[in-house]
Write a protein that binds this ligand. Structure first.
Ligand SMILES: O=C(O)CCC(=O)C(=O)O
Ligand SMILES: [Fe+2]
Length: 526
């Protein structure tokens, strides 16, 4: 290992220091956008055909009077006939306070605004529908695919506010977090004309300004801004009109909120059970949707990006617990049995023993016509199409090679599946002697050692050949797309489990089609 000083003096290290100093200071701390209203500029209710697809519908507000009775309703943007509704709304609102020294303070020199609490109004506006929350999540809470947790955002409506001209404002402040998970604030400005009232958000030397005052003749928009709530921010004076906003508290949630699913809890409890996984093991899940996982085409299966529904959910849940997920084709019925009659030896299928351990599962089996066993292939995107004259024995050898159990003619034996990568890691020099063999070791997953969660529901053709009989017929063997989840010894939450397995040097990758291929995110699995 290099000495500490040598590392810190290396050009690469210095380059990184420079990047940290410059780039991390300018990363996003606030983001925003505007979404056109579905009404056209004249406000006559007809759809604007030239407008971009993402449009906001008119926003309807309903609210209570101060005595709690239902008071008013208004739809934005306003028309000439409804302009007066704003005055009624303001009458029904309370003066907005702010927190100072742990108390709610009313001081118009600091904050001049009106408010309603969420219990006092409803609005038809939904920031999720318009993709605002997704954008906020990407900009303010980025999650790396290889990271341990995928994070999501939950937005909770906090207040309806009006800042009115000529002096509505909110001086520089930071927002009080409601809980440790709160990381940000979202302000949505509804389409109501005003001048001034820019929101300024500051981080170090940088200020981001969101000015939503409307230029003459400009279309109506819903504007929004989100920022880390511990960044200093300020609403400058509104000089004219009314600045009407919805504010939301933004909370960070794990796995896009899937934490609340009962399924998540069950999986969590299972993979964190130390006793159950004292020695580690494998969980198998057969995907419930159809994918072209056996085909090499321009639309290659690009797991995990194109997983559907429950499959993505399962992938995200296991991954969010830091577990490695591998995608493999599983052939449930390899049909060795069909060949037994052609082979030397008994060919007696009564020797079928589901508990066969690996020791029995060698060349002898093949030659004695031992019964078929399900196989897990080591590669996706690979289809066998074999012609006439295909030898049964070849099929068996092919399966063994395809699963990684053999390399060429050579069989690889070991007691447990999980032993394989460890052997590879513990003995790098020996591994290098026969790299092919070790490659096979790390790729081979014995079907019977996997704890399967479900049966296969969808299969794709994996192997086809022309069989001899009275007449030649096409035989087809199908495979299911399986996720194989590695649970390390001691369960998912084992200490030292977050960045890699120190003992074996195994990196904890979140997904792969094969081990040790170094493939990157989004790359087609072949
Ligand atoms: O209305 C805005 O732009 C910001 C409001 C604000 O800072 C708050 O309500 O805490
Ligand atoms: Fe604020």
């Amino acid at each position: 290992m290099l000495k500490l000083s040598a590392i810190s003096k290396s050009p690469l290290f210095e380059a990184l220091c420079l990047s940290v100093a410059t780039e991390t200071a300018s990363v996003t701390f606030a983001c925003g956008g505007k979404i056109p209203m579905a009404l056209n500029a004249s406000g006559d209710g007809s759809q604007d055909q030239t407008a971009p697809k993402l449009q906001a519908n008119p926003v309807t507000l309903r609210w209570d009077a101060q005595d709690g009775s239902v008071s008013g309703k208004m739809t934005l943007p306003l028309t000439l006939a409804t302009e007066g509704d704003v005055e009624q709304l303001i009458k029904d609102m309370q003066p907005a306070t702010f927190g100072r020294g742990g108390e709610h303070v009313f001081d118009t020199s600091y904050r001049r605004a009106s408010k309603l609490d969420p219990t006092q109004f409803t609005s038809s506006f939904n920031p999720y529908e318009l993709g605002i929350i997704d954008t906020v999540a990407q900009a303010l809470l980025p999650s790396l695919r290889g990271g341990k947790q995928v994070r999501g955002v939950r937005a909770e409506l906090y207040s309806l506010n009006i800042y009115s001209g000529p002096s509505g404002k909110f001086k520089s402040h930071v927002d009080t977090p409601r809980s440790p998970d709160q990381f940000g604030s979202l302000v949505v400005c509804l389409p109501l004309d005003h001048q001034g009232g820019a929101l300024e958000v500051r981080h170090k030397e940088k200020t981001v300004v969101f000015d939503w005052s409307k230029a003459k003749g400009e279309k109506d928009f819903v504007h929004w801004a989100a920022f880390y709530s511990d960044r200093e921010h300020e609403v400058l004076a509104v000089t004219q009109g009314h600045r009407l906003t919805l504010t939301y508290n933004l909370y960070c949630v794990r796995g896009n909120g899937q934490l609340v699913l009962p399924l998540y809890k069950t999986i969590y409890d299972l993979v964190n059970d130390r006793n159950l996984w004292a020695e580690g093991g494998l969980i198998g899940y057969n995907c419930s949707h159809v994918y072209p996982h056996t085909t090499k085409t321009p639309i290659n299966f690009t797991a995990p990006d194109n997983l559907k529904g429950a499959d993505m959910l399962m992938f995200e849940m296991f991954s969010s617990m830091g577990l490695r997920v591998r995608f493999r084709p599983a052939v449930l019925d390899p049909q060795y049995r069909d060949y037994s009659m052609y082979l030397d030896g008994s060919g007696d299928s009564s020797t079928d023993n589901e508990d066969n351990d690996d020791k029995d599962d060698s060349d002898d089996d093949m030659e004695s016509g031992a019964p078929a066993k399900p196989v897990i292939g080591k590669e996706l995107g690979y289809k066998f199409e074999l012609g006439l004259g295909f030898e049964p024995l070849e099929a068996m050898k092919m399966y063994d090679k395809w699963s990684g159990k053999t390399v060429g003619a050579k069989y690889v034996h070991f007691d447990t599946d999980k032993e394989a990568p460890e052997m590879h890691a513990k003995k790098p020099r020996e591994a290098a002697v026969d790299q092919n063999q070790n490659q096979a070791l790390s790729e081979y997953i014995e079907f019977s050692k996997v704890h399967w969660l479900n049966d296969a529901s969808h299969m794709e053709p994996q192997l086809s050949w022309i069989a001899y009989g009275n007449e030649p017929s096409i035989k087809l063997i199908y495979s299911s797309l399986a996720m194989i989840i590695d649970v390390p010894a001691g369960g998912a939450q084992r200490p030292n489990n977050t960045s890699g397995d120190k003992k074996t040097g195994r990196k904890r990758r979140r997904y792969s089609s094969e081990d040790n291929t170094g493939k990157k995110k989004g790359q087609a699995l072949e």
